[in-house]
Design a protein around this ligand. Structure first.
Ligand code: UDX
Length: 462
């Protein structure tokens, strides 16, 4: 099939590349000429494991190309995807749809044949209707369909999430769009991937509901982590104990400093705005947003507590800055409010991230950024783990302790267990009592017979 992908952000670039991998001819379009030039040379604007090789392979096979010329990309395309950004409007929190509508207008002006226009950007309910009207206004007798096909990929595992999804959601209003999208996703039939075919409006809402639910799940476990600290037990054991109930599920039960990133904070706010417009109170989501905001600031107090109640004049080393590992994305990263709050209380910040330093430099002020994690902790009064990068997990704790002024470790991702205390650190974690930084986790045993090997409750989130 011939596909035009408008927007080369996370969703557009990953989706376009993966569609090409399935044998389609994909032209990715972006207004940013510099970005397109770089992509033509194989230089990616984002860090996503494995994406560079996939882009290169499909470019060489001439299935994937990049252009700023929307008109030429759209001409003759069977499917035209809109995957442009929908950033939150300053102040209100509702999604700014101007890029989506601009793309619709430009598509309308270049429309030919019988294409299906598919909105992949995360958009509020009813956006597909507006896109349809915009195109119809320019092409009253045009033959086209508008569908919704939200994307559920996570940064850091985007390619796997795209090529091996739990489900595909397709919102259509007629048979032609359904036929085109069913043909496009036919490679997933081999894995029996369910395709949820529904109305366009339902598909739009599913995306927001999924993100709000996951954000709520994380917030639930984070609040229980606070309780675990007080009652003197371990949140990871609790997460395992509830997560093995398949109705609850084990993923997204990893306690931490609060969720961040380009989706959860933005999409929960946009969902609340939609609900408000329809006179519905989504109280659970409202509380999730408020609790997560409060939590991010509260993490700074945890650090202040750990150093004895005052950070004025102290040097704090922050390990990991991006909102999660395997991405260079700093959008809504919990490290930002943490650092700003500590600075307000008079702390000097040194920080390290294995991949996100360039983006971190854009959003952080008065922070000494260091490429070497050991240089980062040198002479620090405390080290704080904010992002659970594998390279942070692998740090030599003995060496760290020798380099630091005081052996204080605030582990906001629970990456270090008993080893840290054994290395001489005074450790403060999330959802674990300060006194028992143990590696002991719940044992899973069959009803009869020998105990099974211990199952660690500290697996990767998500
Ligand atoms: C999310 C959704 O998962 C994805 O389906 C959607 O398309 C885009 O938004 P992403 O933001 O890339 O993906 O990352 P995700 O892995 O979901 O993590 C989001 C935030 O939640 C991160 O800050 C992460 O650290 C945090 N998180 C996640 C936890 O604190 N605990 C968990 O158990 C899982």
């Amino acid at each position: 099939m011939k596909i035009a992908m408008i927007g080369t952000g996370y969703v557009g670039l990953v989706s376009g590349t993966c569609f090409a991998e399935w044998g389609n001819r994909v032209v990715c379009v972006d207004k940013n000429a510099e970005k397109i030039e770089q992509l033509k040379q194989g230089k990616l604007p984002i860090y996503e494991p494995g994406l560079d090789k996939l882009v290169e392979r499909n470019q060489i096979a001439e299935r994937l190309s990049f252009t700023t010329d929307l008109t030429s990309a759209v001409k003759g395309a069977d499917l035209i995807f809109i995957a442009v950004g929908t950033p939150p409007r300053l102040g209100s929190g509702d999604a700014d749809l101007s890029f989506v509508y601009m793309a619709a207008q430009e598509i309308a002006e270049s429309l030919e044949g019988h294409p299906t226009v598919v909105v992949k950007s995360t958009v509020p309910v009813g956006t597909g209707d507006v896109v349809e009207k915009i195109i119809a206004a320019v092409r009253p007798r045009g033959s086209f369909s508008v569908a919704s096909n939200p994307e559920f990929l996570r940064e850091g595992s985007a390619i796997d999430d795209f090529l091996f999804p739990d489900r595909v959601v397709v919102g259509v209003e007629g048979p032609r769009a359904l036929e085109a999208l069913t043909a496009l996703y036919s490679p997933l039939a081999r894995a029996n991937t369910p395709v949820v075919v529904t109305q366009r409006r339902a598909a739009e809402l599913i995306k927001y509901a999924a993100n709000a639910f996951l954000a709520t799940k994380i917030t639930f476990i984070n609040e229980l982590a606070d309780l675990c600290e007080q009652v003197g037990t371990d949140i990871d054991d609790l997460a395992l104990g509830i997560g093995l109930d398949h109705r609850i599920g084990q993923s997204f039960l990893k306690a931490g400093p609060g969720y961040g990133g380009s989706c959860f904070p933005k999409d929960t706010l946009a969902l609340l705005r939609t609900a408000q417009d329809y006179g519905i109170a989504l109280r659970v989501v409202e509380e999730t947003v408020a609790a997560n905001e409060a939590r991010k600031r509260k993490m700074a107090l945890k650090v202040i507590d750990a150093v004895g109640g005052d950070v004025e004049g102290l040097t704090i080393a922050v390990l990991g800055l991006t909102f999660k590992p395997d991405t260079d994305d700093m959008r809504d990263a919990p490290s930002i409010p943490l650092i700003e709050t500590l600075q307000r209380f008079g702390a000097k910040i040194r920080a390290h991230d294995p991949v996100g330093m360039k983006n971190a430099a854009r959003v952080l002020e008065n922070v000494m950024l260091l490429d070497d994690p050991y240089e980062c902790v040198r002479d620090a009064d405390a080290a704080v783990v904010v992002t659970e990068w594998e390279s942070v997990r692998q740090l030599d704790l003995d060496l760290m302790r020798q380099l630091m002024r005081s052996p204080i470790l605030v582990d906001l991702r629970n990456v270090f267990g008993r080893g840290a205390a054994q290395a001489g650190f005074q450790v403060s974690s999330v959802g674990r009592p300060a006194s028992t930084q143990s590696d002991v986790t719940v044992t899973i045993q069959p009803v009869s017979g020998d105990p099974q090997p211990k199952q660690q409750g500290r697996g990767r989130a998500g």
